[in-house]
Design a protein around this ligand. Structure first.
Ligand code: NAD
Length: 487
């Protein structure tokens, strides 16, 4: 295999990054661009041997990195952020070529956030307090000890943003990392390895292995030297990972799928509610947090639907590299197939397409709104992960909350209302990791992030990330002259 490929003018090494060296595999897999389906390159296809080598490198590098003073770890993480900022354009165009999300979002939103992930956790590390408590003169000193090698497994819908949301706190905490990006979008993880090495991160502290989850995943997640596994992806994969991690009782953080509702009350600012609803087509609907179930109060449903249709119909779908494009392609022919399967089954079961309901050329799917759908139907209960929304009506808060909460997920919910007291009542009753009121997607990294029910296990963000990535230790020291027998 050739060692590197040129993607939109950017050189990307296609091999793994293990112990500070590029490592090839006997086999490769082909990475395609969703923009036109063209082959981007052959990527090293890792298996158990590469998993073993990467975990070994992380294990060997751990004592040195764990003992590195916090201020030095923070300095290196800021240097990684500098490198991301310097290479924003390159990262943005490579990510867009690889996963089809909008270039303008990568430039202006995503890559700045990637850099922020490193800066935020570097700064937070320096603010982590060592707490002391006292019992009968004894000091209880609580410290945040690094846990060890961490396996981080990420999906394709926001590759570098989701990877660095885990990599940054794991490294800040003093752990070493094996990152496995998704096989449909592996390229920016390789660039991150280059950036981290240039920033002075010691060899073996960050390792990147590529390949199919079914081939390399189990060897990573069942490895006895791995101390933490953080996974973002689908519920079925999470089940397999949890089963594999059970062998060593390795602690898991799971950030999974959703089927989140947008509740539009009759007292809402309807233009705002329509904006929030149309925003759910971002990234061609391939967003875990997307509020794909529109629940609209009866008296305003007609007007809401009219305004929504007008606005959604004006969205421009096409090449994600063009500044004017609003919706790009879906990631992969298999994803397109899956999305269309959900829609066609819903239509066959009696749903009506208000807009869309069909494929377009290439890997593009028409933004779709389906109505006349039953609460217990597949299209309302299952995550489609494409530009497909459903519309249902309700009357009053009780019915709104009942419909909103009636899935196995609990990742997020959005409420549009002009009544603050109603917002408080309704948000208090919703089961979700994040609830937005009259807004969407805004989130402070200090706040906990995660899902309830089958949308996840655990929370990350701010101190919660360090809770997960550290072994908390309580050291109890007796006062001078303490006599254990007669104290
Ligand atoms: P996926 O579960 O198919 O794959 C995710 C990752 O897991 C990939 O890297 C894949 O190679 C790996 N994997 C697959 N099988 C494995 C195994 N047996 N062992 C170890 N790793 C394995 O998910 P996807 O299709 O890439 O991503 C879409 C899903 O991710 C959606 O359900 C979406 O909601 C969810 N998601 C959740 C969040 C969140 O923060 N809650 C964010 C983004 C995406």
């Amino acid at each position: 295999m050739s060692e590197s490929i040129t993607v939109a003018g950017v050189s990307v090494d296609t091999r793994h990054w293990i112990g500070g060296r590029r490592v090839a595999s006997a086999g490769t897999f082909t990475d395609h661009s969703p923009i036109d389906g063209s082959a981007v390159g052959e990527i090293a296809r890792g298996g158990p041997d590469e998993a073993e080598a990467a975990v070994g490198a992380a294990r060997d590098a751990f004592p040195g990195w764990a003992a590195t003073p916090r201020a030095e770890r923070a300095r290196i993480l800021h240097a990684v952020a500098d490198g991301v900022e310097k290479r924003t354009e390159e990262l943005a165009i490579v990510e867009t070529t690889d996963n089809g999300a909008l270039l303008r979002s990568h430039r202006r939103g995503v890559m700045p956030r990637v850099a922020h992930n490193f800066r935020f956790f570097a700064d937070w590390l320096l603010r982590l307090d060592h707490e002391d408590f006292e019992t009968r003169g004894h000091t209880n000193h609580v410290s945040w000890d690094p846990a060890g090698p961490c396996v981080l497994i990420t999906p394709w819908n926001a590759p570098l943003m989701l990877a660095t949301w885990k990599v940054a706190p794991a490294l800040a905490a003093g752990n070493t990392v094996v990152l496995k990006p998704a096989e449909w979008s592996p390229l920016t993880a390789s660039l991150l390895a280059d950036i981290a090495a240039e920033a002075g991160l010691p060899a073996g502290v960050l390792n990147v292995v590529q390949g199919y989850g079914s081939e390399i995943g189990d060897a990573l997640t069942s490895h006895p030297d791995v101390r933490r596994i953080s996974f973002t992806g689908s519920v079925p994969t999470a089940r397999r990972i949890a089963a594999s991690a059970a062998a060593n009782l390795t602690p898991l953080s799971l950030e999974l799928g959703g089927k989140s509702p947008l509740l539009v009350f009759a007292d809402a600012d309807l233009d705002l509610a329509v904006d929030l609803a149309v925003e759910q087509y971002d990234n061609a609907g391939q967003v875990c947090l997307a509020a794909t179930r529109l629940l609209v109060e009866e008296p305003v449903v007609e007007e809401f639907t009219r305004r929504f249709t007008e606005k959604a119909s004006a969205l421009r779908q096409g090449d994600p590299r063009d500044e004017g494009t609003d919706i790009g392609p879906t990631i992969h022919p298999r994803q397109l197939e899956k999305i269309d399967g959900f829609v066609q089954r819903a239509l066959a079961a009696g749903a009506r397409a208000v807009i869309g309901g069909h494929r377009k050329d290439g890997q593009y799917y028409a933004p779709t709104l389906l109505t006349d759908v039953a609460q217990d139907s597949e299209i309302v209960q299952e995550e489609v992960f494409g530009p497909v929304l459903t519309l249902q009506t309700f009357t009053g808060e009780d019915e709104a909350v009942r419909l909103a909460d009636d899935t196995r997920f609990g990742l997020a919910a959005t409420v549009a209302t002009g009544d603050r007291e109603r917002a408080e009542r309704v948000t208090a009753r919703l089961v979700a990791g994040t609830v937005w009121v009259n807004c969407f997607f805004v989130r402070d990294l200090q706040a906990p992030f995660g899902g309830s029910r089958q949308s996840g296990v655990g929370r990350e963000g701010g101190t919660w990330s360090f809770d997960f990535y550290c072994d908390l230790k309580n050291t109890v020291t007796a006062p001078e002259g303490w006599d254990q027998d007669h104290g």
